[in-house]
Design a protein around this ligand. Structure first.
Ligand code: NAP
Length: 295
């Protein structure tokens, strides 16, 4: 069978258009959506990624403030910056970019991002809200997987979906989003044993393990749809996913490419979430006036 390439580029364009239109509506009412990205690393690929978000935001009329604290930033400084941004009315979305300096605990910091501005669903409160079906921003990568499946009209309700990976940023929130859409979800991890036990009965397999070549054609039944979340840099500098493309091609009905699949949709969703957050928040001018009136 031929395997369809499920590119994320068209969907990412559609999401960016939606973000741009909504940003324009806000702009017309005097509100300018702003995303703040807190960075504390000198890792070149991370800095490149953050600059790419900034360029994409500016193209859509969304402000982007990069707060580069450098690789020596302490947990105290990071905490104080996140608290200030959470309280700052002119900032609508906040991302704490990983990696963080050695010894800095991300868990303590992500809880400081107020859920209303937590546009990448990092705060455990956001995950908790998702779990009980309350409004919250889902982690953009997990949401990107669901948006891709819906864009390509892959049935989810009543289907078996195997998710490989159980991290708080991808596997777990994705399982919640899929459950919400009536899928029967199996979440696998490094202690699950032979993957094929879970992936062969699945109609859809999502791999988010960060292991190049982990999912092979022999793990799948014919006509499975495969979403590859993994991003792995090989020694030659090339970027690959978690899927062994050569053996999966010809078995799967569809496969998302890396790059050009989940990643491009993820970035577009971060920007859409920022605009949505701005729409839900009290306008900066109004908040400033309200707080002045209260004092
Ligand atoms: P992570 O925190 O390292 O989690 C990896 C998960 O995979 C863990 O649950 C781990 O199991 C499981 N795993 C590892 N080896 C396995 C194996 N051999 N069999 C079954 N499960 C295995 O990684 P993450 O942050 O979720 O990210 C996963 C991948 O997605 C990475 O490649 C990352 O770069 C990529 N990613 C991409 C985007 C994007 O926008 N495209 C965004 C975020 C992440 P245990 O829990 O038992 O250790």
């Amino acid at each position: 069978m031929s395997t369809n390439v499920l590119s994320g580029k068209k969907l990412a364009t559609l999401i960016r258009q939606k973000a741009q239109e909504q940003a324009q509506v806000l702009e017309n009412s005097g509100r300018h959506p702003v995303l703040a990205v807190v960075v504390a690393t000198d890792d070149e690929s991370t800095l490149w990624y953050v600059r790419s978000i900034e360029r994409a935001a500016e193209r859509l009329g969304i402000g982007c403030r990069i707060i580069d604290l450098g690789p020596e930033a302490t947990e105290g400084v990071l905490a104080s910056v996140l608290q200030d941004l959470s309280a700052e009315p002119s900032v609508n979305g906040i991302i704490l970019q990983t990696p963080l300096p050695a010894g800095v605990k991300a868990d303590a910091l992500i809880g400081l991002i107020t859920p209303e501005k937590d546009i990448d669903g990092a705060n455990p409160l956001s995950l908790g809200r998702l779990a009980v079906g309350q409004p919250a921003f889902a982690p953009a990568t997990a949401q990107a997987v669901v948006e891709l499946l819906e864009h390509f009209q892959v049935p989810i309700a009543g289907r078996n979906v195997a998710v490989v990976g159980r991290s708080a940023v991808v596997g777990k929130p994705l399982a919640l989003l899929l459950l919400e859409r009536d899928a029967t979800v199996t979440v696998c991890h490094s202690k699950s044993g032979p993957l094929e036990r879970y992936t062969q009965p699945a109609d859809v397999v999502v791999v988010a393990a960060g292991r190049a070549g982990l999912l092979k054609g022999s793990h799948l039944s014919p006509e499975t749809v495969v979403v590859d979340v993994g991003t792995n840099v090989l020694p030659d500098g090339s970027l690959v996913g978690d899927v062994d493309e050569a053996s999966v091609t010809g078995v799967a009905a569809g496969l998302t490419p890396v790059p050009g699949g989940v990643g491009s949709v993820t970035t577009a969703l971060l920007l859409l979430h920022t605009v949505e957050a701005a729409g839900q928040q009290e306008p900066a001018q109004l908040a400033a006036a309200t707080s002045a009136a209260r004092t």
